[in-house]
Design a protein around this ligand. Structure first.
Ligand code: ADP
Ligand code: DP6
Length: 325
């Protein structure tokens, strides 16, 4: 009863920000992402008769506490779905992505865990069912089941059976680049889960955020269909700024940005003024991702690497969905 799987992270171009149901992880709004080939998690799950609890190793470290409890709570759902409540596992996971630093380690982590655990326990799940399962580990992870551009349809049912990811365009559809600009790999203070909860509960701007999503989604899908980097980039950048604006209007207010975050945002906008179509987006952390087309690779990379406070720039292409290893 052992299986292993690999999943890439994804970067949201239209952000998921806010839950309508916490335990089931049902979102307030639909979202759209691009799966990235440069960052991934590989996870093996071995259900063993001699275990009376799960043993979780992350990056070769034995994990206890909240991180382990989150994995066990997720495996409880897999055990329940498989009708095997007493099956416990040894889990080894390696993140080829900084953990809890705004690089979506939870997305690649839970997509890989869901795929490996479902296979190991003998639960047959198609991609849609796998996306529903994965969502219950971490919302954004449900999009990492697929490669390329992916939409997570928020659904309306209270049991979550219509809240899952659907592929929009495959990884080889459009050759674009996402540069991850790394200024800090330190674990963040306000996890995305807590940040979005505070925003939903207290931000005066939250209703406006939710209202803005249907237009953004329809327009960005037109942009993807036309392979129009200006349209896709402008919508993604504006959507990111709107998400971060909701955190500034929360109580107490907070921001994921650091001074270097703002420098990078300004550099990208300056680059654009010189005719280079580059656009930024930022998740729940200080690091920035920059979207552009490959012919501008050298210029974009050089500009980003020379910003004071930038540690590294790692460029991704569109990545594939979950695979078994
Ligand atoms: P990130 O920006 O890295 O996604 P989040 O706050 O969304 O940060 O999630 C980080 C959390 O995801 C970690 O604290 C841990 O609980 C969980 N996580 C990260 N990697 C893995 C993994 N490989 N397997 C299981 N859980 C993971
Ligand atoms: C800003 O998926 O990490 O990256 O569902 O609580 O695990 P949970 O949250 P998570 O939140 C991601 C938020 C985001 C936007 C996005 O990826 O869509």
């Amino acid at each position: 009863m052992k299986a292993a799987a690999k999943a890439h992270t994804n970067i949201a171009l239209i952000k998921y920000w806010g839950k309508r149901d916490e335990p089931l992880i049902l979102p307030m709004n639909s979202s759209l992402s691009l799966t990235l080939d440069g960052f991934y998690t590989a996870t093996s799950v071995d259900f063993r008769n001699d275990l009376s609890t799960d043993h979780f190793y992350l990056n070769e470290q034995f994990v206890t506490g909240a991180e382990k409890n989150r994995v066990t709570a997720f495996l409880d759902r897999i055990r329940a779905a498989a009708g095997k409540p007493d099956a416990f596992a040894e889990i080894h996971s390696t993140n080829h992505v900084p953990t809890a630093a705004g690089f979506a380690s939870s997305a690649s982590g839970f997509a890989a865990l869901a795929a490996a655990a479902a296979k190991a326990i003998g639960l047959s799940a198609d991609e849609q069912q796998l996306s529903i399962l994965t969502r219950q580990g971490s919302g954004s992870a449900c999009r990492s089941v697929y490669g390329g551009f992916v939409e997570w349809e928020k659904g309306t049912l209270s049991d979550g059976s219509d809240s899952y990811a659907v592929p929009v365009a495959s990884a080889n559809y459009w050759d674009i680049r996402v540069a991850a600009v790394i200024l800090s790999s330190a674990e963040k203070k306000i996890l995305s889960r807590e940040g979005m909860r505070r925003t939903v509960d207290t931000s005066a701007y939250y209703p406006a955020w939710v209202d803005s999503i249907p237009n953004d989604l329809a327009a960005i899908k037109e942009g993807i269909a036309a392979k129009d980097i200006e349209k896709v980039g402008e919508i993604a950048e504006a959507n990111c700024l709107r998400m971060h604006a909701t955190t500034l209007a929360a109580n107490p207010p907070f921001s994921y940005w650091q001074s270097t975050t703002v420098s990078i945002m300004q550099t990208v906008q300056d680059l654009r003024a010189t005719g280079v179509p580059a656009f930024f987006t930022i998740d729940a952390g200080p690091n920035v991702k920059v979207l552009y087309t490959p012919e501008h690779e050298e210029k974009v990379r050089n500009m980003l690497q020379n910003i004071t406070g930038v540690h590294d720039v790692k460029v991704s292409k569109p990545g594939e969905g979950v695979s078994y290893i």
